[in-house]
Ligand binder design. Structure first.
Ligand code: IMP
Ligand code: MG
Length: 183
């Protein structure tokens, strides 16, 4: 375990098992449809890669990168930094997110992508922190529901650190200094 962690919340093998199940459900639900996975960078990278490998039907992969002003004066304002490469009109779009916390990011994604005329639009998140919700977004697929703790690893960062840990962990009090939960 990394020295800055107090606990491993979800191990690598638990992640693999959960993602395998999600992949099977998505493959079944979207069989015969025109599926586009839209990953939200950077947090989605490991989840998107592993999930996509567990999806047995044809799927296109595309990405967006957002910036959110979620510091001390959280405004909930989200901005697009990098937009989709492909057209999603008429396609069945599944947004791939690392974690839904306040829900403001997913709320923005839904409003934004809806205007482009997808045939369907749903959310798949690896982690759900329901205790922190400010915007009520419908989540179609959830890997794991977690308590109100600041987690890192498997794509999730704290100031761009810890993304490459192969599991989801909780930072120690020392490392977490200054982090507000339910940001
Ligand atoms: P929301 O808009 O509040 O739902 O926040 C979603 C984004 O905040 C996620 O895509 C993450 O990038 C980030 N985030 C929220 N909670 C955590 C956490 O516990 N660890 C790392 N990043 C987080
Ligand atoms: Mg994210």
């Amino acid at each position: 375990m990394h020295k800055d962690l107090q606990e491993i919340l979800i191990s690598g093998s638990e992640l693999n098992a959960g993602i395998k199940k999600l992949g099977a459900r998505i493959s079944e639900d979207y069989a015969g449809r025109a599926l586009t996975l839209v990953g939200v960078l950077k947090g989605c990278v490991f989840f998107m890669a592993d999930l996509a490998k567990n999806i047995s039907i044809d799927a296109r992969l595309d990405f967006m990168m957002l910036s959110s002003y979620s510091g001390a004066q959280s405004t909930g304002v989200v901005r697009t930094i990098l937009d989709l490469k492909e057209n999603i009109e008429g396609r069945d779009v599944l947004i791939i997110e690392d974690i839904v916390d306040s829900g403001l990011t997913m709320n923005y994604m839904l409003q934004n992508l809806k205007t482009r005329g997808p045939k369907s639009l749903e959310i798949c998140t690896l982690l759900d922190k329901p205790s922190c919700r400010k915007a009520n977004v419908p989540i179609r697929y959830t890997g794991f529901t977690i308590p109100d703790k600041f987690v890192v690893g498997y794509g999730l960062d704290y100031n761009e650190r810890y993304r490459n840990l192969p599991y989801i962990g909780v930072l120690t009090k020392e490392a977490i200094e200054g982090i507000k939960t339910c940001r």
